[in-house]
Design a protein around this ligand. Structure first.
Ligand code: G3H
Length: 492
């Protein structure tokens, strides 16, 4: 086990002697009697408001109203520090991948992808920043005025990542925020906290003191004092809409706070009457069940036209049932234990609610559980009024709705509180085109004959309504964590 007894504050690894939180893996292993046992992975500090405010003050001091070493440093030098960081991050690759796998139950292939995608994201961000920086030279803006437009930092950033991409999604905000000259406090997610520990030393030795500070502990203890201080300039959260509302309210000058957030989503896929069902089945399988459906971009409800619903389910259900459940390190395993406590009970509850309304599990083995492992369940026919119709299940349960007229689908999106992505499956270009225009104004990305997803990371990643604020992507993130500032010189 890894027992973390230090944290990164103001350029030092500070020893920790206070309370700790034990980390148990969602992966349970049978003991000699065959009883499944939870595995202790280690423990991490549970800081309180005092340490949170110390971390905040370190970031505030390092920023020093924009006069600190980091915000004043030339972009090329900041990039050099980041390249040093990448080198040190790579030294921890195998440990971090293993921790992702054990802490949140992500299978080995996806945990590896998460790490490598993150490294690529950092390289791509550096390249994009180099291009942006080239464009900041001086030019004659109009007769008599020489202008220069720069990208300047915003100040102190509070960054919080989610459990499902604990490394990647924390870094997709953290890294551009650092590169643009801001100073940071980053709060690790409760599930997926320990995996950040091996990288703290890399931050410490790659950047000036106070630029990156870690924040451990319960969000409810450490985040409110930081927000209430009014000293956070940018709040970035990949998490739930409820938490986002709560945090924003805590800032004394909400309208001065920039928020960059990716939040709840209920991404819907529509299967048109002429859809290629092989394509639809393959993409819906990936879209609904990659990492057990625990992705903000997962397809969370499928709308099948009445004329193809039976045939779609006939092909889809066995594919769902055939996904291999098991331990995340075993080769070929696709369904793995769920890290959120009581998640299996929650999933059973929303299925029971749909059953009470007349729907049922239509795939073999769907809904069977063993400890924190939950066999994916296709629930059909789901109707308005059932919890699964609107609630974001964030897990391996797939509601299928049958429709007659595509206007019903559009009305569903109009009346939904979310607006992240949608998928259209069909072969008639005109029918697809007819849907794209309304849909793209209701969600932030429409996928044609393809699952919903965030990548490629150069694509804008955002959402409408309760699903997001601000936009991420390699380039958008650099813009989000900076302001265009100008210097105008009178040419006499
Ligand atoms: O959980 C939300 C993630 O942004 C999903 O990313 O589509 O690459 O899996 P992904």
């Amino acid at each position: 086990p890894i027992h973390q007894r230090e944290y990164l504050l103001n350029g030092e690894m500070r020893p920790w002697t206070g309370n700790v939180s034990e980390v148990y893996s969602p992966v349970c292993i049978p003991d000699e009697n065959g009883t499944l046992q939870r595995q202790l992975l280690g423990s991490f500090p549970v800081a309180g408001p005092k340490e949170a405010l110390e971390a905040l003050e370190a970031a505030v001091a390092a920023y020093d109203n924009g006069r600190g070493e980091w915000p004043q440093m030339a972009v090329a030098q900041r990039i050099a520090c980041m390249e040093t960081f990448i080198g040190k991050m790579l030294e921890q690759r195998s440990l971090v991948i293993n921790l992702i796998m054990w802490e949140i139950g992500k299978n080995l292939a996806d945990a590896t992808k998460e790490f490598d995608r993150t490294v690529k994201y950092i390289y791509d961000t550096i390249d994009t920043l180099k291009n942006m920086d080239r464009n900041s030279s001086r030019f004659r803006i109009e007769e008599g005025i020489i202008g220069q437009i720069r990208r300047s930092p915003l100040g102190v950033v509070l960054a919080m990542g989610p459990f499902n991409y604990p490394l990647n999604e924390t870094y997709t905000t953290l890294i551009p925020a650092i590169l643009m000259g801001n100073t940071i406090l980053f709060k690790t997610p409760k599930h997926g906290s320990l995996l950040h520990y091996p990288l703290l030393e890399a931050f410490r030795t790659s950047f000036p003191k106070g630029v990156v500070n870690s924040l451990y502990g319960r969000g409810a203890d450490v985040v409110p004092p930081v927000m209430q201080s009014g000293k956070v300039n940018v709040l970035t959260l990949i998490g739930s809409s409820r938490v986002a509302d709560e945090l924003q309210r805590q800032h004394p000058k909400l309208n001065r706070l920039r928020s960059i957030m990716s939040l709840d989503a209920k991404n819907a896929a529509i299967i048109l009457p002429d859809a290629d069902l092989d394509v639809a089945v393959k993409e819906c399988l990936l879209g609904t069940l990659s990492f057990n459906g625990q992705r903000c971009t997962a397809i969370k409800i499928i709308w099948a036209h009445r004329s193809v619903a039976d045939e779609f389910l006939k092909r889809f259900n066995p594919e769902v049932s055939n996904l291999q459940p098991g331990m995340p390190w075993a080769s070929g395993v696709q369904i793995t234990p769920l890290p959120e406590p009581n998640k299996t009970r929650y999933l059973a509850d929303i299925i029971a609610d749909a059953e009470a309304g007349g729907a049922s599990i239509v795939n073999e083995g769907g809904g069977e559980t063993e400890a924190s492992l939950f066999r994916p369940a296709v629930v059909y026919p789901v109707r308005e009024g059932m919890r699964l119709y609107r609630e974001e299940q964030f897990g391996p349960v797939i509601p299928v709705v049958v429709y007659d007229d595509e206007e019903e689908f559009i009305q569903y999106l109009i009346t939904d509180d979310h607006g992240m992505q949608a998928s259209i499956f069909g072969t008639d270009p005109e029918a697809i085109a007819r849907l794209i225009d309304p849909l793209v104004n209701l969600v932030s990305r429409v996928n044609i004959n393809a699952q919903c997803q965030r990548g490629p990371d150069t694509f804008p990643f955002t959402g409408r309504k309760d699903s997001a604020e601000g936009t991420l992507s390699v380039e958008d993130a650099l813009r989000s964590f900076s302001i265009r500032s100008a210097v105008a010189t009178k040419d006499t």
